[in-house]
Design a protein around this ligand. Structure first.
Ligand SMILES: C[S@@+](CC[C@H](N)C(=O)[O-])C[C@H]1O[C@@H](n2cnc3c(N)ncnc32)[C@H](O)[C@@H]1O
Length: 297
């Protein structure tokens, strides 16, 4: 299984400025790459609360953070409920919150999770296997309008119409159950220059379905509504996003907070990966980091 390379690691740590008396939250723990670097930078006394909606990710993180067992609290939870959960646990306020959005390499890499068009597996795509909605359910049961909206909005897929038309035709014959079946339908729906282009033709369709299955934009919206409630004065929120809709939401919300004198935007422009990181980790190509500090001047 490919280990997840943390994106914009040093940049995120710099903004979160871990320290011995601080409590930091990693809302998208994954295998704990960012979390480990935060704990290492914090030194003795630094504490971390880590959340992931994927129990497999939590188990990996627990192993990876073994050396810090006494300084961490790991919670199986959607970060959309972060504020409520921290209050429930009596753990607020905190000094910093990191979100590193999207999927991890470990999730993409496992055929049984159904995230990848490069693997053959069930059309699942749930980050939390306890959730009811799967990609197969959407692909086989959503109506034409809903499918088009998903592909346009989350995938910005310009061949959405052709793909959805073929999907509706194929699913009448038999239920579409696997990632391979879906990838082939997409390949057969697009013109050949797109099919054999630099990017796999099913990339956007799979990304769009994943975002719909996991309600990714709604989770970010909900988080942004309550994040400042659980942040201490001078506490910081750092968000790394990989999708233009997510980055736009973060940018506008941070600006809005600043206009309301709730604190200041620390990143006039989004921070992006250095040349060195880009050549080591292609996933960093679309990463944008934005940071906000709570509190008046
Ligand atoms: C890009 S990975 C994080 C990698 C991590 N920062 C590292 O360095 O190892 C994103 C993780 O966030 C989790 N995730 C995505 N959306 C979530 C949500 N709404 N609530 C909690 N976890 C979420 C995924 O399950 C995945 O494990």
């Amino acid at each position: 299984m490919a280990w997840h390379e943390s994106v914009l690691l040093n940049e995120a740590i710099e903004f979160l400025a871990p320290g011995p008396s601080k409590v930091l939250v990693d809302g998208t723990l994954g295998a704990g790459g960012h979390a480990k670097a935060m704990l290492q930078a914090a030194g003795r006394g630094g504490r971390l609360i880590g959340l992931d909606r994927d129990p497999e990710a939590l188990a990996l993180a627990e192993k990876n953070l073994e050396d810090f067992r006494g300084s961490i609290m790991l919670i199986h939870e959607n970060y959309r409920n972060l504020a409520g959960r921290l209050k429930e646990e009596g753990r607020d306020p905190v000094d910093g919150i990191l979100l590193d959005l999207g999927v991890s390499s470990m999730q993409l890499d496992q055929d049984k999770r159904g995230f990848s068009f490069l693997k053959d597996g069930p059309l699942d795509m749930r980050m939390n296997p306890e959730d009811a909605l799967t990609a197969a359910k959407i692909v086989n049961e959503a109506d034409e309008k809903a499918l088009l909206e998903i592909l346009w909005k989350y995938g910005e897929e310009r061949f959405a119409r052709r793909i959805v038309r073929n999907l509706l035709f194929e699913r009448k014959k038999s239920r579409i159950e696997t990632t391979r079946e879906l990838a082939v339908i997409v390949e057969n729906s697009v013109p050949s220059y797109y099919r054999y282009g630099r990017v796999h033709p099913a990339t956007k369709t799979f990304q769009a379905l994943r975002m719909a299955v996991n309600g990714e934009l709604a989770a970010l919206d909900e988080f942004l509504l309550t994040a400042l409630d659980v942040l201490a004065d001078k506490g910081r929120v750092v968000i790394i996003s990989f999708h233009s809709l997510e980055d736009r939401k973060v940018k506008h919300t941070f600006r809005d907070w600043q206009t309301k004198d709730l604190g200041k935007v620390l990143t006039k422009k989004p921070v992006t990966a250095s040349e060195a990181e880009l050549s080591n980790n292609p996933r960093s190509r679309s990463a944008k980091l934005r940071a906000f500090e709570k509190g008046a001047e």
